[in-house]
Ligand binder design. Structure first.
Ligand SMILES: Cc1ncc(COP(=O)(O)O)c(C=O)c1O
Length: 282
């Protein structure tokens, strides 16, 4: 790959160059666009050749059979992080931010509190606000030039109506690679306050030498609780069905998924929320 060639992206509908003047008042012929995590070098040849093959084929219909794609992810997560992922755990969303928004929609209700460890990637706040949920800020502290979490302080900030925490791991901004111990303390904090943890690990491959990213399920493989409630059995109580499925899925294990799935199949809950659950159920 060539990181030195200067490639002019202006006039190609490129967001970071062609929208810069409109958003920030900085013309692209005098400023340098450094405001989006979007690269100006070409991908490796192998990726370009694969895309070229698709383009040359010339039919751009619905994409369906994603088994190769899923197995490539499984192989990568295993060889890179020692994380054994099953292909049917993988659900594809159109972008990380959309995936996060979908989790908020599925697993929390309007007005619920959602914990953010701030400062953090701005789009988390955007999707929380757009969904009518409440942001609960847990401020990070800088110690030894590094962001750190202070769970004693966060315990005091919790009011009891928080339902989810969104983690950025490694962290943006600051590039903090959370240690296994920090992630374990975070898992305990989430268990203490009954928070579902959503972990955005988009930057997992961008780690400097000497550091290692730990996927959240590796840091905390024990965070599984048995189902301790009875499913609703009345077909008309869609609200209860949805609540039940939310709680079942929050168990994050296969028995939770199976329980939610069987309730869904029995109750046939209508509407887009049911549709979204179906994705999670596989
Ligand atoms: C932490 C984090 N999550 C998500 C995104 C964007 O993800 P996507 O474009 O897939 O929605 C970024 C982009 O900078 C990011 O830093």
């Amino acid at each position: 790959m060539d990181f030195d060639e200067v490639i002019d992206r202006r006039g190609t509908h490129c967001m970071k160059w062609d929208m810069m003047e409109r958003i920030y008042g900085v013309p692209s012929d005098s400023g340098i666009a450094m405001w989006v995590a979007d690269m100006d070098f070409r991908p490796p040849d192998i990726a370009r050749r694969a895309l070229q093959k698709l383009i040359d084929h010339g039919i751009y219909g619905y994409f369906g059979d994603d088994r190769d794609y899923r197995s490539a992810i499984c192989r990568w997560m295993d060889s890179r992080h020692g994380w054994r992922v099953e292909p049917d755990w993988i659900f594809t969303a159109h972008g990380l931010v959309n995936g996060t928004a979908l989790c908020i929609d599925c697993f929390t209700s309007p007005g619920d509190g959602i914990v953010l460890f701030t400062p953090v990637y701005h789009a988390f706040a955007r999707v929380i606000n757009a969904a009518g949920r409440r942001i609960v800020e847990c401020p990070l502290q800088i110690r030894n030039n590094r962001y750190e979490m202070n769970f004693a302080e966060y315990d005091r900030l919790m009011k009891g109506d928080e339902k989810m925490a969104i983690l950025c791991s490694p962290h943006n901004p600051g590039g903090t690679v959370w240690t296994r111990e920090e992630l374990q303390r975070l898992a305990k904090f989430c268990t203490r306050h009954d928070l579902l943890l959503v972990s955005d690990e988009i930057h997992h491959d961008l780690v400097l030498p000497g550091r290692a990213h730990t996927p959240m399920p590796i840091a905390d493989p024990s965070n599984r609780r048995p189902l301790d409630f009875e499913p609703p059995d009345n077909d008309d109580r869609h609200h209860e069905v949805i609540q039940y499925c939310r709680r079942a899925l929050r168990q994050r294990n296969s028995s939770g998924r199976r329980a939610a799935k069987s309730v869904f199949e029995k109750n046939r809950s209508p509407g887009h929320i049911a549709e979204q659950f179906r994705h999670f159920l596989g």
